[in-house]
Design a protein around this ligand. Structure first.
Ligand SMILES: [Zn+2]
Length: 227
């Protein structure tokens, strides 16, 4: 059973135990951002919260973010994410979104920021008027998965540096895992940590993850799982 928590009059987070996802409402429509890991009926939750026409967007398509996607015929997603989405069994038509696109929910414009690295089509969503960044898995203080297919730590570093240039446009970050909100200073720290890993300057600890041997790189502000 997922838990719904109201953030403000037109914003909710839904915690499904493994991951969190969001419902945002504007004057004309509502948007669900991701659909959980254990919440195939995610759409029912969203419809309890808003009676506006509901659309669906994915920050990225890892399995813990798409459990309720099946209720939607069309889903906003980066076209660079399609291979990951289909590999995870994702269905429906993709409405491609890209850097700089604005989705306006009605006096609530959302700007798409491409931040590839965690996955090829990861995006962050800037809720412009509320000065909030919804960051998916890429900016969070939990564990960032950077092992296996579709991950690219060099792109991730570039994406974090790019996101830093947006820092005067938001005050808080809402991630999919870990604490909410997180401080925007975390972005620079994550860029630095990922650079340390990419350069081989930090020692990881071997872990078993779904039968794969992965390396865990623990920093004071977050950890990365890599190879
Ligand atoms: Zn995730």
């Amino acid at each position: 059973m997922a838990e719904i928590i109201r953030i403000d009059r037109q914003t909710w987070r839904i915690e499904d135990g493994m991951v969190r996802f969001f419902v945002l409402e504007g004057d004309e429509k509502a948007l669900m951002i991701d659909s959980g890991m254990n919440t195939p009926d995610a759409v029912k939750y969203a419809k309890e919260l808003s009676d506006k026409p509901l659309e669906m967007l994915n920050t990225h398509a890892d399995r813990d973010h798409i459990s309720g996607n099946g209720a939607f015929e069309k889903i906003y997603m980066s076209s660079n994410e399609e291979a990951n989405y289909r590999a995870a069994g994702g269905k429906g038509e993709i409405i491609p979104i890209k850097d700089g696109d604005i989705i306006d929910l009605g006096n609530r414009p959302l700007e798409i920021i491409d931040i590839p690295g965690h996955t090829p089509g990861s995006v962050a969503i800037l809720d412009i008027n509320n000065r909030v960044l919804i960051s998916g898995d890429s900016v969070q203080d939990g564990t960032i998965f950077m092992f296996g297919e579709f991950r690219d730590i060099h792109s991730y570093i570039e994406s974090m540096k790019k996101l830093e240039t947006y820092k005067d446009r938001f005050d808080a970050i809402f991630p999919s895992h870990g604490s909410l909100p997180v401080n925007k200073d975390l972005i620079g720290k994550l860029a630095g940590g990922a650079e340390e890993i990419a350069a081989g300057r930090v020692k990881g600890e071997e872990r078993d993850m779904f039968g794969n041997k992965v390396m865990c790189y623990q920093f004071p502000y977050a950890s990365f799982l890599g190879t």
